[in-house]
Design a protein around this ligand. Structure first.
Ligand SMILES: Nc1ncnc2c1ncn2[C@@H]1O[C@H](COP(=O)(O)OP(=O)(O)OP(=O)(O)O)[C@@H](O)[C@H]1O
Length: 520
């Protein structure tokens, strides 16, 4: 009797819960319209708890912002990508858009669409949802208000399969979908080098990266090109190796050579080969070493960070110790300035970049530089000799690549790309001229570019134009050399004359140039 009563009681309470649930379902539109947000949230949570008590189904929640408040969770993004890709055919509401190449059609699951997935014969349900904004909090971060999450629902008997196998599978699949669909980006740092915490604008701005250069279109010696491709491939596949030897997973390249030899083109070819984003860092716009560090932290993995014309960016020629002591002096003088009251109407001082050599060295291989992994840092310069050896020593700039004038093998790549010509009777003459004349690939390419429709149809005319340009450059180079030699010959004579003069007028003070050269 007691047992029977207990059973009756339980059944009674279950049916009471059911009728409560039915009432909630019926009255939910009324609740939605008339009940304040706080109470509505409480009712939702309670309903969830009640359902959890009654059903054998389990929930896993994947939030848009995981532990990190300001960075979307990688797992959330992977789930989003996975569902759009794997479950699009089964969803009822779809979204169609143009793919990253602006040509192919991409069909994905609509934002608020529930989807059903099937894995090893098990059915799973995904529910996208949004966290309601906290009404008593005014947020400067719009994303806090828009925080989304996914709920994965499955029967409790599949708990192990879902947690140990299905979710890792979703993560891996989602990541590879992201990589496949990724529109790569070209970033540049914003003028101040730092952003306000209240601003949505980050420290970097970006546009789609669309440079078409590849290693196939890059004109350089084939053996050098192959060596670079091998090096990049080895780097990309060496995650475990870097971890084993205790090094951050990054590599530095120094590209040096005269203007127009393809340094920027090489960077684009590397980015396209690796499928990485490019961060083009304008160092003169970075005010302090701290801003430089912030910029680094805000870069993502799988990226190339570029500082072009590093010798022109900031004064990095000082020795590290000197830079540091200079910094200190500068800091103390700045502090002095800080104490000085500013006169009314006195203009604001234009803030110059205070990035130092030591700041830059820290940027490349300080502790922070190990964050995130899989990064390539590239410096370019037209004057390698001007750089501090500490900056470009192996280990920091692991690979030094000299981009040089166009020789015959490089020319053949350009002739094939620009004219579609692989063999021609004038190639022999061009080979001979390219061995004698230093012409950059940019200048060779310029000569191969058909300037008129007529020339486009006539590679012969383009090649003849190149031969003319090479002959002209050869004559000019010979004239410049002759002039240089004549000047060099004239110099000792002038010096002799001065010395002779010095014997008679011995109180003449040495010139500044002579002092600098130590010739007196
Ligand atoms: N090695 C090369 N292969 C193919 N094209 C090249 C090469 N070098 C130069 N070019 C052509 O010349 C143009 C200028 O080259 P690029 O900007 O890459 O040279 P750079 O070495 O970076 O020059 P700078 O030192 O002046 O920045 C490119 O747009 C490209 O069309």
């Amino acid at each position: 009797m007691g047992m029977g009563e207990g059973m009756m009681e339980k059944l009674g309470s279950v049916s009471a819960v059911w009728s409560a649930l039915v009432s909630v379902v019926l009255f939910w539109p009324v609740v939605n319209n008339h009940v304040p947000a706080g109470l509505r949230q409480w009712l939702t949570t309670t309903a969830h708890k009640l359902t959890a008590y009654l059903t054998p189904y389990l929930h896993v929640t994947i939030s848009e912002y995981g532990h990190e408040r300001f960075r979307r969770s990688d797992f959330f993004l992977a789930v989003e990508a996975y569902l759009s890709h794997a479950c699009a055919r089964r969803a009822r509401k779809l979204r169609a858009d143009l793919g990253k190449d602006a040509r192919t059609l991409q069909v994905t699951v609509d934002d608020h669409q529930e989807v059903t997935d099937s894995f090893r014969g098990v059915t799973l349900w995904w529910y996208p949802s949004k966290k309601p904004p906290r009404s008593n909090v005014i947020s400067f971060y719009p994303r806090e208000d828009e925080s989304r999450f996914y709920s994965l629902v499955f029967h409790r008997r599949h708990r192990d399969l879902v947690l140990d196998v299905y979710l890792p599978h979703v993560l891996a699949e989602g990541r590879s979908v992201i990589v496949r669909n990724r529109q790569r980006r070209l970033f540049t740092n914003n003028a101040s080098g730092s952003s306000s915490p209240y601003s949505r604008k980050g420290v970097w701005s970006h546009v789609p990266f669309e440079h078409p250069a590849t290693f196939d279109t890059l004109a350089m010696e084939p053996a050098d090109k192959d060596a670079i491709v091998d090096d990049l491939t080895a780097f990309r596949e060496s995650k475990d190796y870097y971890a084993k030897v205790g090094k951050a997973w990054k590599r530095g390249y120094l590209l040096h050579g005269p203007p127009g030899t393809g340094k920027s083109t090489m960077i684009a070819a590397m980015a396209n080969f690796l499928d990485y984003d490019v961060y083009d860092l304008e160092l003169t716009a970075v005010k302090t070493n701290t801003d430089l560090r912030k910029l680094y932290i805000e870069t993502t993995g799988k990226s190339i960070i570029v500082i072009e014309d590093i010798d022109c960016s900031v004064d990095l020629t000082g020795k590290r110790s000197k830079a540091t002591s200079d910094d200190k002096k500068k800091k103390s003088s700045d502090e002095d300035d800080g104490d000085k009251p500013k006169l009314p109407g006195e203009p604001e001082k234009e803030e110059a970049s205070k990035v130092t050599l030591s700041g830059l060295l820290n940027f490349i291989d300080g502790l922070w530089s190990a964050c995130g992994g899989e990064r390539i840092i590239i410096f370019t310069t037209n004057h390698k000799e001007k750089l501090d050896p500490a900056l470009i020593r192996r280990g920091r700039m692991d690979v030094h690549i000299e981009m040089s004038y166009c020789r015959f093998e490089a020319f053949k790549v350009l002739a094939k790309n620009y004219l579609g010509v692989e063999q021609h009777e004038v190639f022999g003459e061009i080979r001979r001229l390219l061995e004698e004349v230093d012409m950059s690939p940019a200048d060779v390419a310029e000569n191969l570019m058909p300037m008129s429709k007529k020339k486009k149809r006539d590679p012969d005319a383009c090649l003849a134009g190149l031969i003319d340009a090479l002959n002209k450059a050869k004559v000019e180079a010979a004239a410049a050399k002759a002039k240089e030699e004549a000047e060099a010959e004239a110099k000792p004579k002038a010096k002799d004359d001065e010395e002779a003069e010095g014997e008679t007028v011995n109180n003449k003070s040495p010139s500044e140039e002579e002092k600098a050269n130590g010739t007196i």
